[in-house]
Design a protein around this ligand. Structure first.
Ligand SMILES: [Zn+2]
Length: 270
């Protein structure tokens, strides 16, 4: 039996910082990754605004989305069509659809976006079949958002975005009241939970804000509660009493669309 020689490399957590060595690749990674990790936890107003103009905070809004048949579309290409259609699945009451549309329309106006919000009495072509595919009859009724999105991309491509009210719980996560994906231009609301506020909340996601007001935990420069739980704003994950868009969310979206305007040489804002 031998005892370990004294000069054996200690485990990484036992190493003296003086002897830590990083390869150039690791160094570059740390230099790039650390600021990003930090900025996603705490930020300052100018960086926050700039980060929405360029794909830093909004990076998830770029790339491609894929249809059920494997067709690829550039994320958010629906904005070129400037149309947002709102409708309900068959048997959904017209009142819920009207509330959802009202909420979405109010957000489009609040941001000054030149997009039309159109309420439909019946689902557009192909949507009824896609709704059936997405609604499985197992363990009660549940709605498969991803399956619906992929089918809709085959049917409508990127001609428009849509907000749909369905009479079912979501398959995943089952606790959600609404699910939204800006890249594919799709928002789905649960009928039982649909309100004007939910239309506004999911509408904000649909217009490109894929965050909630608790991450970054704090953005210096805004008057907001230090502790996220104190914030009574529209874009909290758990519903609050206020339907007001926070200043941080408002600035994020405004800069997101300004960045789009500059890149695409289009005019979206009034
Ligand atoms: Zn949300």
């Amino acid at each position: 039996m031998t005892t370990a020689p004294h000069h054996d490399t200690p485990p990484w957590y036992g190493m003296h910082p003086k002897y830590l060595r990083f390869s150039p690749v690791t160094k570059v990674f740390l230099l790039l990754a650390l600021p990003i990790v930090l900025l996603s936890v705490v930020s300052v107003k100018p960086l926050w605004q700039w980060g929405w103009r360029v794909p830093v905070y909004a990076y998830a809004q770029f790339g491609t989305v894929t249809s059920a048949q494997g067709k690829k579309f550039p994320s958010g290409a629906w904005t070129q069509g400037r149309r947002l259609l709102v409708y309900g699945a068959p048997k959904v009451d017209a009142k819920s659809v009207a509330l959802a549309a009202d909420g979405l329309r109010s957000m489009v106006r609040e941001l000054g976006l030149k997009l039309s919000v159109e309420e439909l009495a019946v689902p557009p072509k192909g949507a009824a079949a896609a709704l059936q595919v997405a609604t499985a009859a197992s363990r009660g009724l549940s709605f498969d958002f991803d399956a619906f999105e992929q089918r809709r991309l085959d049917d409508r491509g990127m001609q428009y975005a849509e907000m749909v009210v369905v009479p079912a719980q979501f398959k995943d996560p089952s606790w959600a009241w609404g699910l939204t994906n800006y890249p594919a231009g799709l928002s789905v609301l649960q009928q039982g939970e649909t309100s004007r506020d939910l239309g506004r909340h999911e509408g904000t996601h649909l217009l490109g804000y894929d965050k909630h007001d608790d991450m970054p935990l704090y953005v210096f420069g805004y008057r907001e509660g230090w502790v996220p739980a104190e914030r009574n704003t529209l874009m909290m994950l758990l519903p609050k009493t206020s339907d007001a868009l926070s200043d941080r969310a408002h600035d994020a979206l405004l800069n997101f669309w300004r960045g789009k305007e500059a890149r695409e040489h289009e005019k979206y804002l009034e």
